[in-house]
Design a binder for this molecule. Structure first.
Ligand SMILES: [Zn+2]
Length: 166
């Protein structure tokens, strides 16, 4: 997202050359640059002690496939806190180990998405109102439920590759 007006004072921004950054949106009134930003989000593959992964049905996101836990960063969190909070809010599972995998850029919604593997000891599933259904599926059988080529699918593949499953 590119700022056109100053978020602080509302003045129209100009383009100013700033060192190595090149031309950047700049507020003459506040005398500061406003760099382009993307929303920061997380996606988490929740894995239990039996090597099952937790799949979500969220009809408002996609009708015919499952998705993984995902959500927006909240101000003053670390991304690890965001991941743990979202896993708990959407599934009722407490993360005991969190491993960063890689980040992904989602062009359509201008999101930068940090991908994690979230290890849990399976507890009773508690879904949020945003979730229609939750189910544990053996990790090696989970691919068929995720949309091919989606970020959720890529994250699962990374997990299976690390485990030497594929
Ligand atoms: Zn300003």
């Amino acid at each position: 997202m590119e700022f056109k007006y100053c978020p602080t004072c509302g003045e129209k921004l100009i383009k100013k050359e700033i060192g190595d950054e090149g031309f950047v949106s700049y507020c003459n009134h506040c005398q500061r640059p406003w760099f382009n930003v993307s929303y920061s989000t997380i996606i988490a593959l929740v894995v239990n002690e039996k090597d099952e992964v937790l799949l979500l049905k969220q009809d408002y996101v996609i009708k015919d496939s499952c998705v993984l836990v995902a959500g927006y960063y909240k101000e003053k969190e670390t991304l690890e806190q965001t991941a743990k909070r979202e896993v708990y809010e959407e599934t009722g599972q407490e993360v005991i180990d969190l491993q960063y995998v890689q980040s992904y850029y989602h062009d359509k919604n201008d999101l930068i998405i940090s991908g994690y593997i979230a290890k849990v000891q399976a507890k009773p599933l508690l879904k949020s109102i945003e979730v229609d259904e939750l189910k544990w599926v053996k990790s090696t059988e989970a691919q068929q439920y995720l949309k091919f080529g989606s970020i959720a699918h890529k994250l699962l593949i990374s997990y299976l590759e690390k485990r030497g499953e594929i």
